[in-house]
Design a protein around this ligand. Sequence first.
Ligand code: GLA
Length: 730
Amino acid sequence: MSVVFDKINNIFLLETDKSTYQMRINEIGILEHLYYGAKVYKSDMSYLIIDCDRGFSGNPYELKDHRGISMDTRPNEYSVAGIGDYRVNALSVVNVDGSRSIDLRYKKHCIIEGKYRLKGLPYVRENGSKVQTLVITLEDRLLGIEVELYYGVFEDKDIITRSVVISNKNSGTVKLQKIASACLDFSYGQYDIIHFYGRHCMERMVERIPVTNNIQVVASGRGMSSHHHNPFVILCDKSANEDTGAAYGVMLMYSGNHRTEIEMDQTGGVRIVTGINNEKFEWNLGVNEKFYAPETILSFSEDGLNGLSQNYHRILRENVCDPKYQKIKRPILINNWEATYFDFDKTKLLTLAKEAKQLGIEMLVLDDGWFGKRNDDNRGLGDWVVNEEKLGGTLSNLVDEINKIGLKFGLWIEPEMVNEDSDLYRKHPEWALREPEREPIVSRNQLVLDMSREDVVEYLFECLDKVIKSANIEYIKWDFNRSVSNVFSNYHNLEKQGEISHRFVLGTYELMDRLLKANPKIMIEGCAGGGGRYDAGILFYSTQIWCSDDTDAIERIKIQKGTSYGYPVSTMGSHVSASPNHQTMRTTPLHTRGVVAMSGTFGYELDIAKLSNAEKEEIKSQIADFHKYYWLIQNGKYYRLTDEHTEAYYTAWEFVDESQKEVLLNLVVTHVQANGKYPFVKLKGLNPDSMYVEESSGKKYTGIALMKGGYSFGIIQGDYPAMQLHFVVE
Ligand code: GLA
């Protein structure tokens, strides 16, 4: 049993294989957080709460004679605004009578076998896992507001999901000004935060900073999870490193405006609150209506950051992404974007397809420019009608010819966007988000469609479904190439304008869901100018995400490494592109580009007709290698082996299969040195007693030797050289 209620002490005990989570109902019915961390079995952790009369920390009325008991100092499981907890809150409302306090007390709970789901939102799937759900209902009797706290306990995955559903049983509308998905209190400890910041072409850089006496915020108001701040934050012990130490992950499963606040309070406790960004958010909760807050995926590991990452890799691969892709091999593709940009026609595409087929590539993805009058990025978005003139016939003709060559076919779309210069905008200017009197901000010369409108979602479904069904399309690259601004919907009344950003996200999820259900054989690759919408919410619908518009292998090492803290390699769209690279103009060896792209979904994005015969032969052998290592890379355990602060001139990483019989060790020298140190790594996760044979040299090493003594590569020279070594147990 992973969820137990101890009736005598009023304690909820949530247990996974390696972690414990505890809450209690306190003396006046308030739900308090007792503990989250390494497994403490049935120990009652309530002794950790020590009450002491702290100046200016008020007391609940029923306990006014116990001046030590305060909402302001006790760890609250779901903190609320207005009743004396002055730390960052999870819930803030404006009541029917204009008052702004809410006081939630325990009403009931239930324990359910299996995993709950959330209406209209992505969720962590049960998919055969050992999972139980705990639902605790809290209520404010005066206001008639009920809050259900959901906990999904994935016992064998060391994951606890949380979500919140709020219902209004009052006689009038209640305004939600903030409704977070989770709140976590730590009364003791010294912590660091690791968060993932970035920009277009350099997403998910790693920053580790101490939790200090302030409120730190990781947030996006860009209408998408964003290149700028990812909705994933790690809180870890100061001493935690890749392999040891306590680390907590807080991952919001949401693709819109998000906000995670980390506060150190007046007595040194730390609180994390995560959820939809409350800035410019307001939701009118009508009588008998419910609001569903997106899910948060929590994990704890005592095995440092690698351990935490592996927990997330597993749950995302097995329970968030469509599980069928764990068993179905995804095709190696060629995307025509960096090969042709907008300048293509049927002949060019067929030539690319024929060349690709000869090298062993399995799918051609036709990127931007196949529809409307879209021959550059200033026009055409919204007109999802095939440009038959450019394609030299129907899409179906083209796809048939590509299929005959022996390749599958994929297509690029960008549904949520519209250009002013499009038939759609000329017909429906009111379908774009914009304030009535103000000129909107344009970005890449495009506006954003109002996905909160049912008619917009319906239009997009109908025309995209028609295009998908018109030909043998097996893959969709779903793009989103600007941040959202001028959030105003002509469709909804004035009171609802604070709801639009969230309704927009719900509209996108609905469209993705409908298109997938209507076309079960398509696989979606998410994209937002590269990795601007890289989050667990989108991964529910799209099995992989184009990791970054920066395809430079050396930059990609940092981007993919940063991404790996939260997200598995199997989700990282990664291609071999041309050298010199189009974003950085850097020249790198084809081998290095292959090694880096293989630590992802793998594909090509360059004009292969321009390559020499030797390069084509090399691509054939890269493809053969990728097939050989496919399951090891996609489903194996991933380990970061180097730290750029200590090993500044090379980066190494490794895959180990579950049975520890096969290892793929990768290394790229990023700053070559004259007469320098040997690149050296200690391998991880091997069976100490097994004998591993390195395939290219036939040399043998025990697992313990590779882990304790390490492996030295000797001198490696040249521009950005890479090594890829395959070890198998003899
Ligand atoms: C975005 C994507 C690119 C490409 C272009 C097309 O930038 O990230 O890969 O699809 O759009 O316009």
